[in-house]
Ligand binder design. Structure first.
Ligand code: AMP
Length: 172
């Protein structure tokens, strides 16, 4: 088994389509010590600031965000792909390489003024996280920052997320 977080990320070439190097986190998740380490490092990105909720992005973001929420003793809020949430939602559309996608949040998921941390597994172009940040802004949340396990820095996703602090554990 790999003994470091970086060594536990498996590159899968041409998945889900030609030209994409997919960062497979399942070897990390399967290693209890590494998973715990990843969650600790993501918790540390709060820098000791008290938060009210952790917001996770569909679907791999849920794995990390819910564990971070549990560790910090706060609630968890899902941002989901369109059509999955049962209650009244706010929506934000964002551009994909080809076409558009939409994410949603329940309109009562966060109270105005609550401080939240946004967590996902990976930051690529930043479109998904920026759409989630827009939803949180719309609900009146105070977004402390965006924390991801993996940042594909060459795609400069963090430029879409200014003025929010972006923290990544592993940069490629
Ligand atoms: P983006 O909106 O471009 O920042 O894409 C971020 C989302 O797409 C994240 O939720 C990731 O789970 C997923 N994603 C994008 N690129 C990759 C990749 N190379 N490997 C794994 N997941 C990816």
């Amino acid at each position: 088994m790999p003994n470091s977080l970086r060594a536990s990320i498996r590159d899968v070439i041409d998945f889900p389509k030609p030209g994409i190097v997919f960062k497979d986190i399942t070897p990390l998740l399967a290693d209890g010590a590494l998973f715990r380490k990843a969650i600790s490092l993501l918790c540390d990105t709060c820098g000791g600031t008290r938060i009210d909720k952790v917001v996770g992005i569909d679907a791999r973001g849920f794995i990390f965000a819910s564990a971070v929420a549990d560790r910090l003793g706060v609630g968890f809020v899902p941002v989901r792909k369109k059509g999955k949430l049962p209650w009244k939602t706010h929506q934000a559309a964002y551009a994909l390489e080809y076409g558009e996608a939409t994410v949603e949040i329940h309109e009562d998921a966060v109270n105005p003024g609550e401080t939240v941390l946004l967590v996902d597994d990976l930051l690529a172009t930043g479109g998904t996280a920026a759409a989630a940040a827009q939803l949180l802004d719309g609900l009146g949340a105070k977004l402390l920052g965006v924390s991801v396990l993996i940042e594909l820095a060459f795609l400069d996703g963090r430029s879409k997320l200014s003025p929010y602090p972006v923290h990544s554990i592993l940069t490629y």
